[in-house]
Design a protein around this ligand. Structure first.
Ligand code: GLN
Length: 508
């Protein structure tokens, strides 16, 4: 087994080739990933739960089926990390919250069922900001995740565990969710590929709800081909989700062409600055260099302004908390997870103690904001107004898509920031998603791909945004770009990073 140690650094399509040819067994691949986890997880803390027994049984079954010469799906035997927001039958699901501690779902989310059918092997449940509220994974009730590129920095959030697991080779690929940037922003901070599909393209059935009109499921992977392969698994109609789109699903790998001839790319001004303040210079430089690269690859590039995007953050922080306050009303100590002791308390006191002890500060802040915004007399002034502005944001996108096939900009205004740097300043934290939130407002597909590194060696993400259901266009553009660079081939090395940190005594 020891000869397979490097297997954990492979992409899913590389590994699936070795699995299909019989050079490597699913059990060996899994053992290599767990060896890696044993080495680095203590530093990175990407996982809330490791599901070794389940994974070993899944891997064994794949190996047996392969030995019987069964026809297996392309990703059969590939180790997958699952954000702890997905209901997984028989496996504890906490959503990063104390209030769901001990909750074992009796059913699988639609996408989890799809992953099982695809033969993916479940390594574990990944850490996340509580109820997916956050941009750094520091809001997890169970401790922060660290960025495998620099252990003093955040991996982004809320899907920080999934992004760190993928970037640190503690999984071959992962799943996240994205309400305002939670797939793309951590993918950007961790130097991996993250796709938020069109709202409704992937089922939300069994995904713990945050803001239902914005939430969407998607893959976090080491490269673009893996992203396409994972979309083949995840996408599709689900009658159990009333917002699920009933449209045929393509083979996303067919979009992977090495050129973008004639593709019209628009660099969005508002993805490069917010209220007059530009994104970090290193980020801006990398994005502009990426535009030049696209030009060389045959794309037509121009700039465009979508002025209503300037309202995205205020609109989001009305709509998302309003929906969250309603979705989170169900956690009352009766139906799920944690219940505070009732000694002498009546039911109202039990509810309020449970919620007071069970929810963290950010979740409480959002529940209060949302309840206020929805209350009688304020609804028109806040929620209704925000919904109207949201419509204007979508209209800006629709107009821009008359001239462009893909809109481009930064994924996040900065590279990964330091742990603790923004925890005392929620508004500064909220600005991490200034470039990603508008895309959720419009229900559009958005993809983040590595497009360079800062002087300190931290990954920079490029965001590509498409028309509804134009995931293939995004994958095509991202693939052509990726093939012309080597950013996605670099891997984070948390062990060396840790050793460096220990030896750099007295480093500021
Ligand atoms: N960071 C944003 C928030 O805190 C978005 C989170 C998400 O996409 N789930 O709400």
């Amino acid at each position: 087994m020891s000869g397979n140690a490097g297997l954990f650094e492979l992409t899913a399509h590389e590994l699936s080739g070795l699995l299909a040819s019989g050079e490597v067994s699913a059990r060996e691949a899994l053992a290599a990933v767990y060896e890696r986890i044993d080495e680095v997880e203590e530093e990175v803390h990407a996982y809330l739960l490791l599901t070794r027994e389940v994974a070993e049984a899944q891997a064994r079954e794949i190996d047996e089926r392969r030995a019987r010469k069964d026809r297996l799906p392309p990703l059969a035997g590939v180790p997958l990390a699952i954000k702890d927001i997905y209901c997984t039958k028989g496996l504890e699901t906490t959503c990063g919250s104390r209030i769901l501690k001990g909750f074992v779902p009796p059913y699988d989310a639609d996408v989890v069922e799809r992953c099982r059918r695809a033969g993916l092997v479940f390594v574990g449940k990944t850490n996340m900001d509580e109820f997916a509220m956050g941009s750094s994974t520091e809001n997890s009730a169970f401790g922060a995740t660290r960025n495998p590129w620099d252990l003093d920095r955040v991996p982004g959030g809320s899907s920080g565990g999934s992004a760190a697991a993928t970037a640190g080779s503690e999984a071959i690929l992962a799943m996240g969710t994205d309400t305002g940037g939670s797939i793309r922003q951590p993918a950007s901070f961790c130097g991996v590929v993250g796709l938020k599909p069109t709202y409704g393209r992937v089922s939300r059935y069994g995904v713990i709800a945050f803001a239902s009109s914005l939430d969407q499921v998607g893959p976090i992977t080491k490269d673009v081909r893996d992203c396409a392969l994972m979309m083949n698994v995840l996408a599709g109609h689900d009658p159990r989700d009333s917002t699920s789109i009933d449209a045929p699903t393509p083979d996303y790998t067919e979009a992977l062409l090495p050129e973008v001839n004639g593709l019209r790319l628009g660099l969005v001004k508002e993805f490069m600055e917010y209220q007059g303040r530009g994104v970090d210079a290193e980020v801006a430089d990398a994005i502009r260099a990426a535009m030049d690269r696209f030009r060389e690859l045959g794309a037509e590039c121009d700039e465009v302004s979508l002025p209503h995007l300037n309202y995205s953050i205020p609109v989001y922080y009305i709509i998302a908390p309003a929906e969250a306050s309603s979705n989170l009303a169900r956690y009352d100590g009766v139906q799920y997870g944690h219940r505070s002791p009732e000694d002498g308390a009546d039911i109202i006191e039990m509810y309020s103690r449970t919620r007071d002890e069970g929810f963290g500060a950010e979740v409480k802040r959002r529940i209060m904001l949302g309840t206020y915004a929805l209350s009688a007399g304020y609804y028109d002034a806040y929620y209704l107004k925000a919904s109207q502005v949201r419509r204007l944001i979508r209209r800006d996108f629709d107009r821009a898509f008359e001239r462009f096939d893909v809109l481009v900009g930064a994924t996040s205004p900065t590279v990964a920031f330091r742990l603790g740097e923004k925890t005392d300043d929620p508004l500064a934290m909220y600005l991490s998603d200034v470039c990603t939130i508008p895309v959720n407002m419009g229900g559009l597909p958005g993809l983040s791909i590595p497009c360079g590194f800062s002087a300190e060696g931290l990954p920079i993400g490029l965001q590509l945004v498409g028309k509804p259901l134009a995931e293939e266009t995004l994958l095509r553009a991202a693939y052509a770009f990726e093939q012309s660079t080597d950013y996605q081939r670099r891997r984070a090395h948390p062990i060396e990073e840790r050793a460096g940190r220990r030896s750099a005594v007295g480093r500021a």
